[in-house]
Design a protein around this ligand. Sequence first.
Ligand code: FAD
Ligand code: EPU
Length: 339
Amino acid sequence: MNISEDISLKKYNTFGINVTAKYFSAFSTVEELDGLFGHSPSTTHHSPLIIGGGSNILFTKNFDGLVLKNEIKGIEKVKEDHQYEYIKAGAGEAWHYLVMYCVENNLGGIENLSLIPGNVGASPMQNIGAYGVEIKDVFHSLEAYHKKEKRIVTFNLNDCEFGYRESVFKRRFKDEFVILNVTYRLTKIPMFNISYGAIEKELEAMNVKELSIRSISQAVINIRSSKLPDPAIIGNAGSFFKNPTISNSQFQMLHSKFPTIIGYTQPGEKVKLAAGWLIEQCGWKGFRSGDTGCYDKQALVLVNYGNATGKQVFDLSEDILQSVKEKFDVELEREVNIV
Ligand code: FAD
Ligand code: EPU
């Protein structure tokens, strides 16, 4: 087992933040993981930090512990019935590679989630979502390793307590489990979801006459490429904040003051606001200070133009939070994991 010391994490996080890990290793089997937990260096008080693609993390300081990169691979069909195929994928598989596997095999359900960076293992962590679909819609089960008890536990749909960018792994069981693999339930009979307005528009622009899993995937790829920065070019972790949910009565008050405010009706007399709009209205869109900034095509995305520190990005997020609070009396919540 190979544990490196004092290595830079710059290439392991899509923000491109140059911090170091006191210890670093990777594992591609549960046996290797088990061994690493057994031999975790005792000079640190931190529980080991598991990473996948590092596309939802902001490192604000050097990590004084062991960082473990999950590289468990493999994609296999585990069962099938007349309607569904159940596909199990190793946590270390790239998410978009799995989406492309499903597109190639005409399996429906995750085409709207095309081009989301990161790995399979993190997909249930925050119930990844885009363009009208969330992981919970196709999730069947996962296997996870309990860090302290050193045993494997199976989680079914209800055990995960999925919500908007939420799961039990971000709340009650935070830092307790390492996700090893995830099984998704994919449809053999196409059921397309083009409810998100931008998809329909893009399909029209692409001149698509007949819907297919492939055409929807391509439409999503086109939309995403046009407005989200490519982390290989500009460091970022996607949406930095969640879209906040407020009461219907607060929304009515805000709407009378700001008639162009964007809100989506939710169950229980609630309204979800577009955080990007709120941030843009506060004047942040396109803002840059040194190497940190707010992306000019999507205000919800904070960026690192090169040598920003995690602290600088965090401080910018704090300023944005405060200005949104002052102008709209709405609290933004960070979506990115701060380490
Ligand atoms: P990491 O960043 O490596 O980890 C994220 C968190 O999960 C950390 O707390 C980590 O400790 C934990 N973790 C990771 N793997 C495991 C594991 N196997 N077991 C236990 N814990 C683990 N997200 C969306 O939901 N929708 C989007 O549309 C979207 N668009 C994005 C666009 C861009 C350009 C970028 C950069 C990011 C975007 N994201 C989006 C965020 C991100 O891609 C997802 O959250 C993704 O699932 C993170 O995967 P990862 O492997 O990079 O996780
Ligand atoms: N908007 C603005 N100004 C901006 C950005 C957005 O006015 O600078 C407006 C748009 O015009 C649109 C609305 O806000 O009317 C929503 O914008 P968009 O469709 O771009 O989606 P979003 O709400 O900003 C969410 C997710 C994304 C996901 C997209 C597509 C969150 C926090 N973000 O963004 O997820 O890809 O919808 O479904 O829910 C991520 O989690 O990292 C992420 C990128």
